[in-house]
Design a binder for this molecule. Sequence first.
Ligand code: AHG
Ligand code: MN
Ligand code: MN
Length: 341
Amino acid sequence: MTDGKIGINLTRHVHQEQMEHPEATGELSGILNQIAFAAKIVSREVNKAGLVEILGLTGDENVQGEEVMKLDEFANEVFLNILGKSGHFCIMATEEEAEVIPVPEGHKRGNYSIALDPLDGSSNIDVNVNIGTIFSVHRRVTEGTEGCEQDLMQPGRRIIAAGYVVYGSSTMLVMSTGNGVHGFTLDPSVGEFLQSHTDIRIPEKGKIYSINEGNYPYWTTGVRKYIDFLKEKDKESGRPYSGRYIGSMVADMHRTLLKGGIFMYPADKKDPKKPSGKLRLLYECAPFAFLCEHAGGAASTGTMPVLDVVPEDLHQRVPFFAGSKYDVGQVEEFVRKYDEG
Ligand code: AHG
Ligand code: MN
Ligand code: MN
């Protein structure tokens, strides 16, 4: 006998959500199930990354010109393989591949597109620090059988499901289909994601800032002045803020969603090839912006909501400021005052 406290799993959660929305097609639970399945396989490999050959650099570079580690390739293959054959998607894109990825021959083309960062925080793999997966799903907008880039190049405002998996001290999947943000923790003994966080709400104002401060000399005046301001002592407003930076967006944003505060990757002048910062719109910023807004927080490029940016390039980068509404509003004010005048 149980005491009735066995949690609900991801499948049942999405199913229940769909029963409340009779207009839903039921496909979302299939999509999330397939994502969860791929995440379990990646999680298993991440857990033994320190033990097996899989650890280490392959020597290849990805389309962004960055080193690819073996685990990145593995995660990319697992997600593409499982999602490509799921029957839900008409086209896919990942950080690891320059062009859009069609559904493999012989498999059903579905009604959705998916953009993925299969393994985020890859520089943290070999130091046993949290890494993750990020995804966003759109409904297809083109006609015909094959999907195309247009089905992916939609603003975050039109996302129908987004989320991330964090491979940490435990593996967690956090997602939203537009009805709140919910977290599920993988119970390895039963191989299921069990609901552990219901309706995550970001505190209105936080006490933590998260940014790669080594880039300070390369930021705009507005961003520099904002960071200086956060470090000033002010009892009433709770300043100075604490600094926390892991260097895995998934881990830094996970903390920001739960504890509040602000995560930032602003534009900088470090690399003329990356004038808009480092993070990618489709599979890093937009999904987190969707989660932030649905958790009562905000996400901005400094001048506009990230969700309203209309993508122009599959691997486009945008400046990113996300977290508590108050804090994001404040950085926007600094940008307005010092950078736009
Ligand atoms: P990825 O591993 O998918 O390329 O992403 C790395 C990203 C992100 O996870 C993190 O927020 C950021 O890079 C850290 O960059 P810096 O090392 O420049 O701070
Ligand atoms: Mn990433
Ligand atoms: Mn990545």
